[in-house]
Design a protein around this ligand. Structure first.
Ligand SMILES: [Fe+2]
Length: 188
């Protein structure tokens, strides 16, 4: 299946119009995704880049329905006709199932099948390497920043954000291991 990266960029620009910071974050995530794209198979490269462009479109005011951006984004993209695999990647990006559970949204999220593997892991890596305004951040800086910016959220949600840390760190570690193996193969 073809995933059109130019169309994803245009779609993100449209849905995040007026949210310059969010768009800058998406651009930075795409840059990082492009740098690490070798960890996914050649046929999944466009999917990863489209996911990086579109993963946060659920923050767009025009499409907000449930108020949980991974789900709002996936639902909007589904309506726009994006392939189901891309919608599911957006629905589940950065371990959203853990925060969805704290919000009582697991059933709605679970209608999108969660994919495990290199693409999902690489999207976590790309998302967390890009700060909220597109600045480069280390993983721990980024996780601390996310939790600090949402301190006023309900306690259950704050706890869920902390609880997802190990899963996010594991996804990034697996991506770094894949990059390392590729470098060894090239230099060996
Ligand atoms: Fe993001």
């Amino acid at each position: 299946m073809r995933f059109d990266v130019d169309e994803a960029r245009a779609c993100a620009s449209r849905l995040l119009a007026g949210s310059d910071d969010r768009l800058a974050h998406a651009k930075a995530a795409v840059r990082r995704a492009d740098e690490i794209a070798s960890v996914v198979g050649p046929s999944d490269r466009e999917l990863l880049l489209c996911g990086a462009w579109l993963h946060d479109v659920g923050y767009g005011e025009k499409i907000r329905t449930v108020g949980f951006h991974p789900l709002d984004g996936a639902l909007a993209l589904e309506k726009l006709g994006w392939p189901s695999r891309l919608c599911a990647l957006v629905a589940h990006h950065s371990e959203s199932r853990i925060t969805a559970s704290a919000l009582g949204l697991s059933d709605q999220l679970d209608r999108f099948p969660r994919e495990e593997g290199a693409v999902t892991d690489a999207l976590v890596h790309a998302d967390l390497a890009a700060g909220p305004r597109g600045e480069r951040m280390s993983l721990l800086e980024r996780l601390d920043d996310i939790e600090r910016r949402h301190l006023d959220d309900p306690l259950a949600l704050c706890r869920a954000r902390t609880a997802r840390r190990p899963a996010l760190i594991q996804a990034i570690t697996r991506t770094e291991q894949r990059l390392h193996s590729l470098r060894c193969r090239v230099s060996g």
